[in-house]
Design a binder for this molecule. Structure first.
Ligand code: OFO
Length: 168
């Protein structure tokens, strides 16, 4: 059985993950509108991953006899100045989410909830990957700068992202 504090914190994290889904979907819509189909593809797959993160927590709360209570999802930003601006926001967002996961770990330690700690191990690892991936794209966009051909090549590269078994 989950204690109330942990249950509330996990419900808040479900909301954070659904907001992540929303913000990446919104970035996907922005890229679609700007005809960057590859960037849009990458963001849509990223959004799907975030939905799966929310569902992992959703299932865990249910498995532990807790009660999932969905909350309103904050309206995401809809426009960015450039692909770099959007990916900088994505990298910042992932660092914010890492902080939230770390707070959850601290709470689970305080409450001596070993099952929650074990479940969160997956998220700790996932956040390392999420930060590394978004930071790498920010670095590439900085390298490309204002080069049109560089931007097209990067758009093509991100367009090749596919759903893999490790994702989610
Ligand atoms: Fe759920 O990892 Fe990104 O936000």
């Amino acid at each position: 059985m989950l204690n109330e504090k942990i249950e509330k914190a996990l419900n808040d994290q479900i909301n954070e993950e659904l907001y992540s889904y929303y913000i990446y979907l919104s970035m996907g819509a922005y890229f679609n509108a700007e005809s960057f189909d590859g960037f849009a593809n990458w963001m849509e797959l990223q959004a799907q991953e975030e939905q799966e993160h929310a569902m992992r927590l959703f299932r865990y709360v249910n498995d532990r006899g807790g009660r999932v209570k969905l909350q309103a999802i904050e309206e995401p930003k809809t426009d960015w100045n450039s692909p770099l601006d959007a990916f900088e926001d994505a990298f910042d967002h992932e660092q914010y989410i890492t902080g939230k996961i770390n707070d959850l770990v601290d709470l689970a330690e305080e409450e001596n909830d070993k099952a929650t700690l074990q479940m969160l191990d997956w998220f700790i690892e996932e956040q390392v990957e999420e930060e590394a991936t978004t930071e790498a794209i920010v670095d590439k966009l900085n390298m490309v700068g204002s080069s049109g051909s560089g931007m097209l090549a990067l758009d093509r590269e991100l367009g090749s992202r596919q759903v893999t078994d490790e994702e989610g």
